[in-house]
Design a protein around this ligand. Structure first.
Ligand code: PMV
Length: 317
């Protein structure tokens, strides 16, 4: 009745933005991500028939704000008639600030809840359950480079390249630590309904996925950089052209982009990506990590720097 699982966040290089089925939470587009090694969420689920309601502690503090979505994830993993649970979460990075904390949280909770309720599920099924709670969470069940593909009423998630096959790092420039102004579910629906660019975003995605797949297979950094930056800016263009506009960036976000452009013009292998928040994630060759980190640390408005290599998929402790 009790189990602990650990999951790491993942950063999309080819992004998921928009849902084709809100009930089943199925994405409108496929995506490709990298799973990180150093940031983690460790989640313990303890079902207890004596508990009247679910309880959530994050880093030793009671948290009622995130409880409804985590309770919903427990229903998905253990059925709505499950006993109530005590959920204890430990997370070593800021939550709800566009650092993909939902991906690691929902990946960890479905793995822990399935084990705690006594169901042994294959990883593909765990990915589908995590994806119903948060689209990007499906990818955190796998390590390294991961592709998520839509397939009927399911998603198929697979590892494209193991974490240790290509020595890349991700340097995260934290430019704000508060929660984001609009959650991704609401923002995606707004983009689908109102952005004049949304349909084009969806129809272009297979070509971007194919380019990224080729770049990953041949470990071609320049090709991966070009398609990942293009795909990221295209997603943000869809957000910006939604009504009302969805702008997650701040001054420091743009300053970091400028820093990365300067590093690139000095011949450094680095590219940026940005999700539903103002943080800038710089993906670089491990040989360039110290240089990239130092340059971003000196950039105006950067509050903190985190860095991580590529890591493993969610697992039971
Ligand atoms: O899984 P969600 O609902 O938090 O959405 C994630 C959306 C992006 O992070 C912006 C892109 C992605 O593919 O992770």
């Amino acid at each position: 009745m009790r189990a602990t699982a650990t999951a790491q966040p993942n950063i999309a290089l080819i992004k998921y933005w928009g849902k084709r089925d809100t009930e089943l939470n199925l994405p409108a587009v496929g995506s490709i991500s990298i799973t990180l090694s150093e940031l983690f969420t460790r989640m313990t689920v303890a079902f207890d028939t004596a508990l009247p309601v679910d309880e959530l502690l994050i880093n030793d503090e009671k948290n009622d704000k995130l409880l409804p979505r985590l309770s919903h994830a427990l229903d998905i993993a253990a059925g709505a008639n499950r006993p109530r649970a005590r959920i204890t979460s430990e997370c070593n990075f800021p939550i709800a600030a566009g650092l993909a904390s939902s991906a690691s949280s929902f990946a960890a909770i479905v793995v822990a809840a399935s084990a705690a309720i006594g169901i042994d599920r294959p990883v593909g099924e765990l990915a589908n359950l995590a994806g119903r709670a948060s689209g990007s969470a499906a990818r955190s069940l796998y390590g390294g480079f991961v592709e998520l593909e839509n397939s009927g009423d399911r998603v198929v998630v697979r590892e494209l390249l193991p974490a240790d096959a290509w020595s890349l790092d991700v340097v995260v420039a934290v430019t704000a630590t508060g929660p984001k102004p609009v959650g991704s579910t609401e923002a995606m629906e707004s983009s689908r309904r109102t952005s004049p660019f949304y349909d084009r975003w969806v129809s272009d995605q297979p070509a971007d996925l194919a380019s990224a797949r080729d770049a990953i297979a041949s470990q071609d950094f320049a090709a991966l950089a070009a398609i990942a930056e293009h795909n990221c800016l295209k997603m943000h263009s869809v957000m910006w052209s939604s009504r009302p506009p969805i702008v997650y960036w701040n001054d420091a976000t743009l300053a970091c982009l400028q820093t990365i452009r300067e590093l690139q013009s000095d011949g450094i292998d680095v590219f940026f990506t940005i999700d539903a928040g103002p943080q800038v994630k710089a993906v670089c060759d491990k040989a360039a990590t110290a240089t990239v980190e130092a340059a971003l640390r000196e950039t105006d408005g950067v509050q903190d720097i985190l860095h991580s290599g590529l890591g493993a998929g969610a697992r039971l402790e």
